[in-house]
Design a protein around this ligand. Sequence first.
Ligand code: ARG
Length: 464
Amino acid sequence: MSDDTASNAMWGGRFASGPDAIMEAINASIGFDQRLAAQDIEGSRAHAAMLAACGIITDSDAEAIREGLLTVLSEIETGVFQFSTQLEDIHMNVEARLKELIGEPAGRLHTGRSRNDQVATDFRLWVRGQFDAVDAGLQALMAALVDQAEAGADMVMPGFTHLQVAQPVTWGHHMMAYVEMFSRDLSRVRDARARMNESPLGAAALAGTSFPIDREMTAEALGFDRPCANSLDAVSDRDFALEFLSTASICATHLSRFAEELVIWSSAQFRFVTLSDRFSTGSSIMPQKKNPDAAELIRAKVGRINGALIGLLTVMKGLPLTYSKDMQEDKEQVFDAADALMLALAAMTGMVSDLKPNRDVLREAAGSGFSTATDLADWLVRALGLPFREAHHVTGALVKLAEDKGCDLDELTLAEMQTGHEGITQEVYSVLGVDNSVASRVSYGGTSPEGVRAQVARWRGGMG
Ligand code: ARG
């Protein structure tokens, strides 16, 4: 369409010329919003059926529209549909093709609606689908983690603070810590999904419509719980997408932390775990290398997801009500973030399922760095009645002694132990091994194998 021949057919009336090529380039969203095709057609089908039910269009027009839309959908799905930049976006591409297919009735589809409520509806449907996909992805990941936890409920490993060995913990306990994190992500997904499940359709351009439409009917047909209560809000807020992104950011942050642990644990220095070949790569120059690329990419994906969140927050900030074209910039980053999150969840689930903890290495490392010093201090409190502060002091002196001798705490002789406190007896050795240490952590939420098995049982029950 050249400048002097025609204006856009959808609003040609008052336009003497068509858009400049640059205008077309900045204005068109079809390059990305074609991803909303299925949702757009679903929304239009619901709208047309409602218009007929309310006597606003005839049944035969509605039937022609319905059949035409199904044809358009199959053309898009099979890849034969010709998308046109001149037609700007998915809404006008679909409607124009519908007109080619069925003629005059196509022009009646847009009665009582606007692209403003249309795009808000399409995008909500799409984001809702992503909430459901993330929900399923999180459940699969949690199931894989629970399996790991169960298999390693009594496998000792070092627990860290400051990345320094702190106290022995169990592998199962560490896995279940992530189950807790991902379960909160899941609960955020479900909260946000419940909050966003309202239908903007029928808000029309911004003020509602004078046609006797039935918004309950379209809401129900599209699986929404109810229509949005305020038409100005319905067409102009994108907080549902922001909630998706913020939920995705937090989830990706959890994934990133775990990915970082896998990178560290699989290094030659740690050798805590062996990653499967399925989720590693080799080096083209160093034959000995096996690189944790999937873990590194999961660690990095959070970057683009956080970027999308900040991007959309920035687009929305300061926009006056109601719709502004700025809001067309809501989609690409959400698409990208959703793809990144789904990929990261799937890769992590695969890695966790294949993950082989190296029991002996973990056990050896669990006992390093005087990790049972707290157990010694606790024993002094329990067996000798020392105040904890004094027990801490005595233990510190014994750690120093062992360090000077270059041995572990449980390798000190009883006589050496008694230089710390004369009341110490042979019984002290029973708390110094790493197994004894973890077995003793029976407080609720603690690392004992018994406690881990209880957490696992709780999750298995809850996740059904
Ligand atoms: N492509 C537009 C978007 O994504 C659709 C809505 C256009 N509405 C309008 N009044 N120009 O936001």
